[in-house]
Design a protein around this ligand. Structure first.
Ligand SMILES: [Zn+2]
Length: 720
């Protein structure tokens, strides 16, 4: 059976051909990038202590120390020694202390202290010379318990991590004497606010008998407990969703505590848990709020989650509702709770078909463990080990102050789970958002930066001290200046360029990151280049529109083939087919994948071949920066051959290199049939730098026709 003849389409082909030249015209790099606003600096005061650390070297370094360890009632001088490699005239100086201490600002550069959640905070403005300067202020110990003193400096004129520093020290305040260091995890939580809970001693009498005006929700035999949990950050109160609630009880004064019920907080931070009481009345009940659930957990340095306890209620009879009240953590736990709650944002964005992180988790969730404790200075990173139990996020002391930082490190854990615990093998070393590292590092870090910036909705990365950088830098590197946070390197080895490209695609082409998340759960990639070429598997855009978006972020993946969607007709392609038949055309038999034109090879049902070639003069396998060249296209194949028959009719994908013709695997055949278009990719890296031709060739046997439909062919390489 022959294809329907082409007639009027010919006319259109000629008209369309005049526009064909525009298909691969690229944009020229901006020749005159704006000069960086700040002179190039050589900041080398490393605050990083891990090779995977996200904090770049800084021009400032801070060290906080206490001249003495104050006992209750004592005062002590806090010394903040700041080393600086640049002179800075207007530097924000911020200190915070937890509630066992108070700031005495008199005589210092600090203004009056103010409440900051459970902390006390004071700020001032100082100048810093090149060299070092010691800033001092006094604190008074006002209560027993673990305490922390923090200090940070941030150049008000250059809002950059390269012009800021942070440090902290800990003390455990005692009566008469105190000791260095703090274990914020050793004390139970206390009720900072407790609504609906009166003095526990007053509750030791049985509750009054119910009257007809009192209606308990608790069924007979059960006790219901309701309450909530909140934390405060920067003066704003947040409800904590998905926190573990455990209700502990004593049957009698002499029995042991037991867990009588568990649950978790709802989206608004409240809970209402009913349970069959093992005794009536329960001698005592107490609620524990914990930084864990079945999906993620914030842990201390003993691998235990943080808990905060309610007041104890005595003599609770069945049929009773107990409003246990709304609680908050004390200051030493606030960052643990902030990190825990930030994970709700990643959880909401995970696009999983189940309650876990990814579709791979069909037998329990692969819990993301986040290690944080006060005073930790051991870097911020994700450790990708072969299982969830051994993999973990590590956060430094102040890191939870940056939700971007928490989301970035947790995004690595999410990425690892999408890849079902496979991980690419880049050696990231010390990496920075604006500096070229390697394509592998830029891919994993770029994805994490993109997800954090996208989830936060501000397209930035924000450091814990509040300094930040926009990921959407579209200015090309100016080689007249040193690389800096305002003069980024170009290309796909720069994590900020990758992150900006991904956010641009998500916002403007993909309708968000969901399809990318699904793609990563089916295909693994070691580089952004591989990711981009895999996008067709999820029908994500690969047209020049998306390639132009990447180019605006200095990543040059512009398409190499001319007329790659066949919309200009026969232009740039040549073919062979029986008689005067066309291989490129518009037919009603099949719908094109895009536009109106497509290529049709085969379709005869007798022993014949057809071919389609984009020939010499087209650099089909050019010399990419990293040596990778990828061919991709969509195929739709229909056949008269029986389903399951041998591959009698085949389509070979060939590279013609002079006299050498090579068919790249896999060949397609009547066995590759599909009702719709299927995305195919081939690695042409072996021919990089060669001036070759690309050829599709069908070969049918004596009977039974097979139609090979091809559309939207592209050859991609890294032109940076
Ligand atoms: Zn990272």
């Amino acid at each position: 059976m022959n294809k329907p003849p082409l007639s009027w389409q010919r006319l259109r082909l000629v008209i369309a051909a005049t526009a064909a030249a525009a298909t691969t015209i690229g944009l020229a790099p901006a020749a005159t990038a704006a000069a960086p606003s700040n002179a190039p600096t050589k900041c080398s005061l490393a605050t990083a202590v891990s090779i995977r650390d996200t904090t770049p070297p800084s021009c400032f370094r801070a060290h906080v120390s206490l001249e003495r360890l104050p006992a209750v009632g004592d005062t002590a001088t806090v010394r903040v020694k700041v080393d600086s490699q640049v002179a800075a005239g207007r530097v924000d100086f911020t200190v915070r202390v937890t509630e066992s201490l108070e700031i005495l600002a008199a005589g210092s550069a600090l203004g009056a202290p103010q409440a900051d959640g459970g902390w006390s905070k004071a700020t001032g403005t100082v100048s810093l010379p090149v060299g070092s300067k010691t800033l001092t202020f006094q604190v008074r110990a006002r209560a027993e318990g673990p305490a922390q003193v923090e200090a940070g400096v941030n150049d008000a004129a250059v809002n950059s991590p390269e012009h800021s520093a942070f440090d902290s020290t800990q003390v455990t305040v005692g009566k008469g004497s105190s000791r260095a260091g703090a274990d914020f995890t050793s004390l139970p939580g206390k009720a900072a606010t407790s609504r609906g809970v009166s003095n526990p001693k007053a509750q030791q009498a049985p509750p009054p008998a119910k009257t007809k005006y009192q209606v308990a929700l608790a069924p007979a035999g059960q006790i219901c407990v309701n309450g909530g949990f909140q934390y405060t950050y920067s003066g704003v109160t947040h409800n904590v969703a998905n926190a573990k609630i455990s209700i502990h009880g004593l049957r009698t004064a002499n029995s042991a505590w037991e867990v009588v019920a568990t649950g978790q907080t709802a989206a608004n931070g409240t809970y209402n848990i009913c349970f069959w009481a093992p005794a009536n009345p329960m001698y005592a009940l107490q609620v524990s709020h914990g930084t864990t659930n079945g999906v993620w957990e914030v842990r201390n340095n003993n691998s235990q989650y943080y808990t905060s306890l309610s007041a104890v209620r005595y003599n609770t009879y069945t049929g009773t509702d107990w409003n246990a009240g709304t609680y908050t953590p004390y200051a030493g736990q606030e960052r643990a709770w902030h990190a825990f709650d930030t994970m709700n944002q990643l959880y909401s964005a995970r696009n999983s078909p189940n309650g876990c992180w990814t579709r791979h988790e069909t037998n329990g969730c692969a819990i993301i463990y986040i290690q944080w404790w006060a005073g930790n200075n051991d870097g911020h990173f994700y450790q990708p080990n072969p299982s969830a139990a051994t993999s973990y996020v590590r956060l430094k002391d102040a890191d939870p102050d940056s939700e971007h930082m928490v989301l970035h490190e947790a995004a690595h854990a999410f990425h690892h789970r999408l890849y079902n615990f496979w991980w690419p093998n880049p050696t990231c070393g010390t990496h920075q958002i604006h500096v070229a590292s390697n394509m592998g590092c830029a891919w994993t870090e770029g994805f994490a930066n993109a997800l954090a910036g996208y989830i936060k909705g501000d397209d930035r990365f924000v450091w814990p001290d509040g300094s930040w950088i926009s990921l959407m830098n579209t200015t090309w590197f100016n080689s007249s200046y040193a690389v800096s946070t305002t003069n980024w390197n170009n290309g796909d080895a720069v994590e900020g360029r990758v992150a900006g490209s991904m956010i641009n695609l998500w916002r403007n082409a993909d309708g968000g990151p969901n399809s990318t998340i699904t793609l990563l759960s089916y295909y693994t990639q070691s580089t952004f280049f591989e990711y981009f070429n895999d996008r067709g598997h999820q029908n994500l855009d690969l047209t020049s529109a998306s390639r132009t978006r990447l180019y605006s972020h200095t990543i040059d993946y512009r398409q190499v083939l001319g007329n790659n969607g066949f919309e200009s007709g026969a232009v740039t392609w040549s073919w062979s087919a029986p008689g005067t038949d066309n291989v490129i055309g518009t037919w009603n038999t099949y719908a094109p994948r895009t536009g109106t034109w497509y290529a049709w090879l085969g379709g005869y049902g007798y022993d014949t071949t057809t071919s389609l070639t984009q020939g010499a003069g087209t650099p089909a396998a050019p010399n990419g920066k990293d040596g990778k060249v990828t061919l991709s296209f969509w195929s739709r194949i229909w056949s008269e051959e029986a389903v399951g028959a041998d591959p009698y009719d085949i389509l070979q994908i060939q590279v013609v290199d002079g006299a050498t013709v090579t068919s790249v695997a896999p060949q397609l055949s009547n066995q590759s049939r599909s009702n719709g278009y299927v995305f195919r990719t081939y690695d042409l890296s072996a021919w990089r730098g060669r001036n070759v031709s690309l050829r599709f060739m069908s070969d049918e046997d004596a009977t039974m026709r097979t139609d090979f439909i091809i559309d939207d062919v592209q050859v991609t390489y890294n032109q940076n």
